[in-house]
Design a protein around this ligand. Structure first.
Ligand SMILES: Cc1cc2nc3c(=O)[nH]c(=O)nc-3n(C[C@H](O)[C@H](O)[C@H](O)COP(=O)(O)OP(=O)(O)OC[C@H]3O[C@@H](n4cnc5c(N)ncnc54)[C@H](O)[C@@H]3O)c2cc1C
Length: 397
């Protein structure tokens, strides 16, 4: 049987959910096809940080718009099924955010913060004295300055995804789970639909939002996307009882990031051991052997009270990463076939505005919410990889 839709989104992670929400809002009869269940890929393992500090203004702007228009205004902007409080929520928690910079990166920190202030973001460079006053439990050794964003924090990526989907359904979208796209149908240089493990789907618009599987899905359309799998270990620590308020932190000195997880836990992760190139289907939840010891050693340097804590649990997530560690938001040479993938370990916080901009690109030919042109697919063939204005040279760009 063939089902017919105005638009098909492949993948029900946060990116596919956001795009489907925005397409359905514009009146398109939209189907979201998901091989497993919603948020079963990168999204379900996301650390959910919502910070605006990037070394690239376009990414800061994507998060800023996502924060302003969505995370901070979820019920009004997205809504979803308001009969249940949860499905109309993204779980945003305003903890504040600190970007701790190495001493040799002070100029870069100041350059990035100046760019972000020009966009209207509430951020400033603060001294260690100010950090101590705000968060007395953080040890302020080995750095002189940090960027502070009082408005930032974290949200729940699974809740965000399901809320987008519930809201899309209110506008007529359909979610079909356990439905794997196995073919992309084309005719005369145009996409015409998708073959799946269930039905055939006919549509003039197909969006590949398949996360780390997006390379495989693009190959079904004869398109080679430069994307590999990035594997990332995340730990949950018991929060030491005597620990005071801590913000969300990216700490370039100890090479970790961490944030509160509710009132009882701390989420923490490092970067230097993240693997690349595993099969996206790897289900292995075993972290790299030295992950926990290295993480705790590092965390104790910043929060000595972590000594009184203990490990609660670990999970391992996988995202798609591109050669310049920036997303691809783009049309392709195949008319009607779009890419929203390669989110490179950082695409949760930007997904609301990126989804809005993708819908505008698809329907109006030009993005309006944020100019996502820098994230075009052709940049790889053009040899114009994206470089940050004041790059720190690591994964958390
Ligand atoms: C451990 C970890 C921590 C992270 N922390 C943060 C963070 O703190 N802040 C932040 O902003 N970002 C973070 N990220 C990144 C962010 O979570 C991801 O960029 C984002 O969730 C990717 O969403 P997605 O929808 O593109 O992909 P996914 O969530 O992977 O969704 C893709 C979906 O496509 C489905 N699919 C695949 N192939 C097919 C097919 N053939 N047919 C149908 N469906 C298919 C999959 O089953 C999957 O559900 C983190 C990522 C990881 C892994």
């Amino acid at each position: 049987m063939t089902q017919t839709y105005d638009a098909i989104v492949i993948g029900a992670g946060v990116m596919g959910a956001s795009i489907a929400f925005h397409l359905a809002e514009r009146g398109l009869k939209t189907a979201i096809l998901e091989r497993k269940v919603t948020a079963s890929g990168a999204t379900g393992h996301s650390s959910g940080l919502v910070r605006m500090h990037y070394d690239l203004a376009a990414e800061s702007e994507l998060t800023f718009k996502s924060y302003q228009l969505y995370f901070n205004n979820w019920r009004e902007r997205v809504g979803g099924d308001t009969s249940t409080a949860l499905s109309a929520s993204c779980g945003f928690q305003n903890t504040g955010f600190l970007q701790i910079a190495r001493r040799e990166h002070e100029d870069k920190l100041r350059g990035n913060v100046a760019n972000q202030q020009r966009l209207g973001i509430n951020t400033s460079v603060i001294s260690v004295d100010e950090v101590r006053k705000l968060f007395p439990d953080l040890v302020t050794e080995h750095f002189d300055h940090a960027a502070y964003e009082p408005d930032s924090g974290y949200a729940d990526a699974t809740l965000t995804t399901n809320s987008f989907i519930e809201a899309a359904k209110c506008n007529g979208a359909v979610l079909i789970q356990n439905c794997e796209a196995t073919a992309v149908h084309t005719s005369g240089g145009k996409v015409t639909g998708v073959g799946t493990t269930r039905d055939d789907f006919s549509s003039p618009i197909v969006v590949n939002a398949a996360g780390p599987w997006a390379k495989h899905v693009a190959a079904l359309a004869g398109i080679d996307v430069p994307l590999v799998t990035w594997t990332h270990d995340v730990a949950f620590l018991h929060r030491p009882p005597a620990l005071g308020r801590i913000p969300a932190v990216i700490d370039d000195v100890i090479n970790c990031y961490f944030r509160p997880e509710g009132s009882a836990l701390i989420l923490a992760a490092g970067e230097d051991e993240s693997l690349r190139g595993e099969a996206p289907d790897a289900e292995d939840q075993t972290p790299t052997p030295t992950f926990v010891d290295k993480l705790i050693d590092a965390m104790v340097q910043r929060i000595p009270k972590i000594e009184e804590s203990g490990l609660h649990s670990i999970h391992v997530g996988r995202d798609g990463i591109t050669p310049d560690q920036r997303a691809i938001y783009s049309g392709t040479d195949l008319d009607g076939f779009y890419l929203a993938c390669g989110l490179s370990g950082t695409g949760f916080k930007t997904s609301p505005a990126a989804g809005a901009s993708m819908a505008e690109l698809i329907l109006d030919g030009k993005p309006k919410t944020v100019d996502i042109t820098p994230f075009r697919f052709t940049r790889f063939a053009e040899g114009k990889l994206i470089e940050g204005e004041y790059g720190y040279g690591h994964i958390w760009k």
